[in-house]
Design a protein around this ligand. Structure first.
Ligand SMILES: Nc1ncnc2c1ncn2[C@@H]1O[C@H](COP(=O)(O)O)[C@@H](OP(=O)(O)O)[C@H]1O
Ligand SMILES: [Mg+2]
Length: 251
């Protein structure tokens, strides 16, 4: 048995990769955004790959920044990592909506995961998931991509408003930062469609499920990872009390 369990390892590696990214931002500044993004993606990826090789040498890894080794399809334990989610926001001075994602898919389930939000000084993890926040009965706050809000959200908003609900759309970068905002109660719902990959959602979905939130595809079916094609284009994460309402609005 390894001395550090998978939950603790996920949280530690996400937080440590986050430190690498914070240092890089401080050292390089924001003048050359493209170079900062590339440096961030690769420094965090290298850090996580070395750490997983050291601490979980027998496990497979799927990383946004790595070559997709299909040997993962034969492995019972696959770490799914996004070394820098919200790369665009990472390169913009003052923004804190970017994240490091570390998840473990074991057999047929998300067994552990952590989302570090380095610029917010927070790491959420399955080892210590946040408690479901109380919801006020006011507006339904739906967090969406800053740059690619899906059309389906506008249709959902129209349906909810027609049913008498007040809806606020909150633009934010990074799937991890958006799902964290649902879990901390800053917003109520995250809906995305039209394109995403397994690494964008595995770690935040792991934490969301451990926290008792709703996390699924937008048709309500379960999120499944370690597929041959890691394209996983849509996701719904919501406060558990709103899941049925939102799913019926989406379908
Ligand atoms: N239509 C799309 N196709 C592919 N990836 C998408 C996408 N929309 C969002 N994503 C990815 O999902 C993450 C969150 O996006 P957003 O901030 O727009 O909500 C980003 O990850 P990366 O920053 O790791 O590339 C982004 O690239
Ligand atoms: Mg990403």
């Amino acid at each position: 048995m390894p001395s550090e369990d998978d939950h603790s390892l996920a949280a530690r590696l996400a937080a440590e990769a986050g430190e690498v990214l914070l240092r890089l931002r401080a050292e390089r500044g924001f003048e050359d955004g493209r170079a900062l993004k590339d440096a961030g993606d690769s420094a965090s990826h290298e850090y996580l790959m070395a750490a997983l090789a050291e601490f979980r040498p027998g496990d497979a890894v799927l990383s946004e920044e790595g070559k997709d080794d299909k040997a993962r399809l034969e492995s019972d334990r696959v770490w799914i990592v996004d070394p820098l989610d919200g790369t665009r926001e990472f390169s913009e001075e003052g923004r804190d909506d970017w994240a490091v994602h570390v998840a473990l898919w074991e057999g047929d389930r998300l067994a552990a995961g952590a989302v570090a939000l380095p610029a917010q000084g927070v790491t959420l993890s399955t080892g210590n998931p946040p408690k479901a926040a109380e919801r006020s009965t006011e507006a339904i706050r739906i967090v969406v991509s800053r740059t690619r809000p899906p059309q389906i959200v506008h249709e959902l908003t129209a349906k909810l408003e027609a049913a008498g609900h007040r809806v606020e759309l909150v633009p934010m970068g990074s799937a991890g930062a958006k799902i964290a905002a649902v879990l901390t109660g800053d917003v109520d719902v995250y809906v995305h469609a039209g394109g995403q990959y397994e690494w964008d959602s595995a770690a935040p979905a792991a934490v969301a499920l451990a926290a008792g939130a709703h996390a699924s595809r937008i048709d309500g079916s379960p999120l499944v990872y370690n597929e041959e094609d890691p394209y996983l284009p849509d996701i719904l994460v919501s406060h558990p009390s709103l899941a049925q309402l939102i799913l019926s609005g989406l379908n």
